[in-house]
Write a protein that binds this ligand. Structure first.
Ligand code: DX5
Ligand code: ZN
Length: 251
């Protein structure tokens, strides 16, 4: 139990969170459609549909066939997307030697660059490089990697991305150990007064997004549950409403 003075301050803080909007920009509920699930032959059109529906950023999956067993897209696609949309580009690097490509991706238009902890022995250096290049650094962990591996870089990231599938493919089933990881990150974010986004990627849909938001996630990547539906605009709006409602019930 907090001493009474602390309780008053905590109460005021809660009231401000409700009245002043949600504490920090990085803790806002965000929906990030993952273009991996889109129809690449109609990419600009699909992007404009989700942008019009209130998507907050586009999630761009870069795979090299080595770090993950699949190949997707690279720097020229990021450059084309940069011209086709005003949305921030959230570039998820699933590649070996990420440091070698960070500069190129930022120059091509990446707004945020997400680097896997497992992809480099110099995560701290890679995150610094993203920042020096003028983009927002993010750190990513696979389902088998504990959140503790990121504890010492939490002061230099704008995003922590929890993979809720093994990276490499869209359309996989959500792995439930992600909830505990998100709760742990959310606790650290509060305890150390940090403002990083807690992002979750893989198998996010209308069935689990409310529970993920309640666990502390605020940035939601969604591929299949947006682009493999009859109405990607409605799916985007619906996911956002479900996440926002789940959080507003709590405050
Ligand atoms: C998987 C990618 C994800 C993928 C998510 O390696 O990082 O971003 O697009 O797709 P869904 O939402 O279909 O699981
Ligand atoms: Zn991704």
């Amino acid at each position: 139990m907090l001493p009474s003075g602390e309780r008053v301050r905590a109460g005021n803080f809660g009231a401000c969170a409700r009245i002043c909007g949600f504490m920090s920009e990085n803790r806002r509920i965000e929906i990030l459609p993952s273009i991996l699930a889109s129809d690449f032959a109609r990419l600009a059109e699909q992007v404009s549909i989700v942008e019009g529906a209130g998507a907050d950023a586009l999630h761009v999956d870069v795979m090299d066939g080595h770090f993950v067993p699949n190949i997707s897209l690279g720097i020229p696609v990021v450059a084309s997307l940069r011209k086709a949309t005003k949305l921030p580009l959230d570039v998820h690097l699933m590649i070996e030697n990420p440091e070698e490509f960070i500069e190129d991706f930022v120059k091509a238009g990446a707004s945020r660059v997400l680097v896997h902890q497992e992809s480099t022995v110099h995560l701290d250096r890679a995150l610094s490089l993203v920042k020096e290049m003028g983009a927002e650094p993010g750190a990513v962990i696979n389902p088998a990697t504990p959140v503790a591996m990121l504890e010492d870089v939490l002061d230099k990231v704008d995003t922590v991305l929890v993979m809720s599938v093994n990276p490499g493919f869209g359309g996989q089933a959500f792995i439930p150990n992600s909830y505990a990881k998100i709760r742990q990150l959310s606790e650290w974010r509060k305890r150390y007064n940090r403002t990083f986004r807690i992002e979750v990627d893989g198998g996010v849909d209308r069935e689990n997004i409310a529970q993920l938001a309640q666990a502390g996630a605020n940035s939601f990547v969604a591929g299949t549950s947006i682009f493999h539906t009859a109405d990607p605009a409605a799916a985007t709006r619906n996911l956002k409403r479900l996440a926002a409602d789940a959080v507003s019930l709590e405050t």
